[in-house]
Write a protein that binds this ligand. Sequence first.
Ligand code: ATP
Length: 622
Amino acid sequence: MGPPGGGGGRGGAFRGVDEARQRELNAAAPHVPHLWRRVAALFRPYKGQLALTAVLVIAGAAVAVVPPLLVQKIFDHALFPVHDGHVQSVDVRLLVILCAAMFGLFLLSAALNIGQTWSTASVGNAVTGDLRVQLFEHLQDMELAFFTRTKTGVIQSRLQNDVGGVSGVLTNTVTSILGNVVTVAASVVTMVVLNWRLTIIALVLLPILVVVQRKVGQRRVRIAAATQESLSELTAITQESLSVSGVMLSKSFNRQRVDSAKYREQNDQQVALQVRRAMSGSGFMAVVGVIMSSVPVVIYLVSGLFMSHGNVVISAGTIVAFTTVLARVLQPMTGLMRVALDVQTSQALFARIFEYLDLVPAVADAPDAITVEEAPGPIGRIEYRDVVFAYPDAAPGSRPTLDGVSFVAEPGRHVAFVGPSGAGKTTIMYLTPRLYEATSGSVLFAGEDVRRLVGTSIIDHVGIVSQETYLFHATIAENLRYAKPDATDDDLVRACTDANIHHVIAGFENGYDTIVGERGYRLSGGEKQRLAIARVLLKNPPVLLLDEATSALDTVSERVVQEALERAAVGRTTLSVAHRLSTVRDADVINVLVDGRIVESGDHDDLLALGGVYAGLVAEQR
Ligand code: ATP
């Protein structure tokens, strides 16, 4: 059995699948309102804090529009008070009061700003965090087949790059839209109060900007989708080439140059896409900038024309105040345009995230699933009834991997599988813990079809030692406690002694606190495997699945581990796969598998006497 999510080696066809998905995603544009409803739903648990944010934002925006009104008062009533058409001397008292009020407003605005930043950052990051965990947990529920056909890096990229990419939108959008809309609305009201004619002139250009924004936004969605796709390829190459196994492979075949050429090519694509993305936004923002900055100039011009041609009087205070409000309105307007663009762009990323969240695990608990304890048969009894199994990605029309496999393992019995490579021995092991599901026929655990049992309940009763041992980059003790977090130090020593690894660990400078290194590369193959056996012994399950558990051991340690396993197997049902026939000699039943069918079945002596495939294999290994 390979490690879950190991290298995902069989994922060659995935690129094509992803491209096809991309086309589907592009075609899925009409579902956009649905998409935003889902995004909004993510904020539901934070309603209270969102309301607080809204209050702070609205208060902040409202406070920010008052100073221009005070500016008008300062100019027209305090600095240059006009009475009966004559400019009077400065009203110092009023000037001091108005300036103090303005200063107070600035302080209040700063305080509101701090509160708003805290509130926004905490809600936005909490929602991003929730989304990340939701995606992680959903992917954990996916069946093993999903991980064998998908590159690990591609999965990691959705979690890191896509969720990371929407984090900004989730954090800033609500505040930004709310704050800017309130500021713009309040400013527009202020402008109307100051002079309605000038307001119309100032706002006439807005609709053009909205149309341009929509067009640019649509272009950016396409670029963003391509960018994320290329980013996930880049992550996949990194993950595959810069892992311990990947580096070993490329070094042993001298393929570093080829690998870096592949990386460089993908990277060039990424760079080009990022530049396109930046440019498509900046062109638009430049247009916005020019239009926005020109508005005050237009106001001076139009005010002059109004006054010289029409019979309209506009005071200097009004013009100064109006352009001050305008200056204040330009920033939030530009901000709104930018948010609209970012939100539209993030649509592509959200679509990718939801696409993964919407994947339905092929192996899931039935709604009325029962636990192993509730099953009718004795715990530890395993039965396969006419099991046919084909891998989901097998070529259509090809022969199934398992073709009518039937056997019974009574509690405490050892049932072994031998046979040529590729016969389907490992596949048989996959079906008991329901890592894959039988295409037809049934697998019974404790007398109940595994499809009717709670998945975690089966796993609780099964210990697996696979062909390839997976260890975390952590200490030996931590790797062992993965199986039993509350295991005492004595428990660890006992399990390791039984697995014939304790004396090796005791010889390390840091003993059980030795870091095993990425995927256990600091240990020898045999040491890793014995550690894996110790880990399973610690779990102490009633069923053992041993897939060539002793294949990496030398003859001496094989014998010692074999004894340990035999001791451990007492009272447990054991299904084992072995190439070295010596390890299954004492099994209660040996099934010989050829091309997915059990062709011989019996104990060692029976099968030898039969003089068939088994006898032939034994003769070969002598
Ligand atoms: P070995 O003794 O070499 O480990 P085995 O008897 O354990 O072989 P399995 O690993 O069960 O054989 O594989 C049986 C067949 O199923 C092989 O032809 C293999 O190529 C195919 N196979 C295994 N895993 C997958 C998969 N994830 N997708 C498609 N085919 C697979």
